[in-house]
Every structure is written in structure tokens, then in C-alpha cells.
Design a protein around this ligand. Structure first.
Ligand SMILES: [Cu+2]
Length: 157
């Protein structure tokens, strides 16, 4: 039963991504260069957010090594709780989001986070985040260790 739910959720996630996909984003995905080794994060940005509210961070995670890596933890000084979320389609064409239970980053490939798809959710914001601000985000992988990013706050578009 669990496996069945996983298949369904993976399918609706793909559906959601393909609906919001246009040729331009497909090109952008193809253009992400893999590093020769290790994990490289590019294109990170965050939406503005209110104090005590939530925001989302998007980025490209390119894994140039041959091995699949997994996400161990996420943290940010501006947030009380950080999770990797996926967007999925609920009943009645409503969109929902939920934590990714097994966040994997396959070797020799890139994972793209974007509005309407995968995103890093920052909850319990300790401060207001406006366009032009930036925030620190630490992403820890099991094989590639942790990386602390400075993420610019931008409005979508
Ligand atoms: Cu979310």
C-alpha cells in the first residue's frame, strides 16, 4: 500500500511539473552543467516572506559524482524549521505540498527546484525578508558534506 501511494505521488508530481513546464524551462534544465566531482548548487533564490510566516527557496543541485547522494539536514538562522517539499496535485485539481521523505540526488544528474515543483520551505521565519535582502541556508549531504549558501531574496518574475 505504501509503495502504491509513492507511485501515485511521484506521478502527480511529474504531472504538476510537466503542466508548469514550458520549452524555456526544459532548455534551462538541459543547460545545467555538472561539476567534475561533488555537488554544485547554482541559481539559488528565495521569495520574500513575513515574520512568523513562511517562504520558499529554489535552486539547482548538480551532482557530478557517480554516486547518489542524500540530503541529511537543512537549516537557516532566519527559520525555525526548514524542510524539502514537493508539490503535488490533490483532489479537485487543488495543489498541495508535503515533505520529501527520501530526498535523493542521483549521480551525474541535476535536480531543479522551481515554483510549482520541488522547493526548500522555510517556516517560522524569525524576521521579515524583503527583496534585496539575503539569507543563509546550510544544506548537508551524506556524502558531500555541508554547504552554506547566501541566498538572495527576489520577487518571482
Ligand atoms: Cu512547501
Amino acid at each position: 500500500m505504501r509503495k502504491f501511494i509513492f507511485i501515485i505521488s511521484a506521478f502527480s508530481f511529474l504531472l504538476a511539473v510537466s503542466c508548469s513546464n514550458d520549452d524555456q524551462t526544459a532548455d534551462a534544465e538541459a543547460e545545467i552543467e555538472l561539476p567534475e566531482e561533488g555537488i554544485e548548487i547554482t541559481g539559488a533564490w528565495a521569495r520574500p516572506g513575513r515574520q512568523n510566516g513562511v517562504t520558499a527557496v529554489y535552486m539547482n543541485v548538480a551532482n557530478g559524482s557517480a554516486e547518489t547522494d542524500t540530503l541529511v539536514s537543512l537549516s537557516s538562522p532566519v527559520s525555525g524549521l526548514v524542510e524539502l517539499h514537493e508539490t503535488y496535485e490533490r483532489e479537485n485539481d487543488m495543489m498541495g505540498m508535503r515533505e520529501v521523505e527520501e530526498p535523493i540526488f542521483p549521480g551525474k544528474s541535476a535536480v531543479v527546484m522551481r515554483p510549482g515543483g520541488l522547493h526548500i520551505m522555510l517556516m517560522q521565519l524569525q524576521q521579515e525578508l524583503n527583496e534585496g535582502d539575503s539569507l543563509e541556508l546550510t544544506v548537508e549531504f551524506s556524502l558531500n558534506g555541508s554547504k552554506t549558501l547566501t541566498v538572495p531574496v527576489q520577487s518571482p518574475n
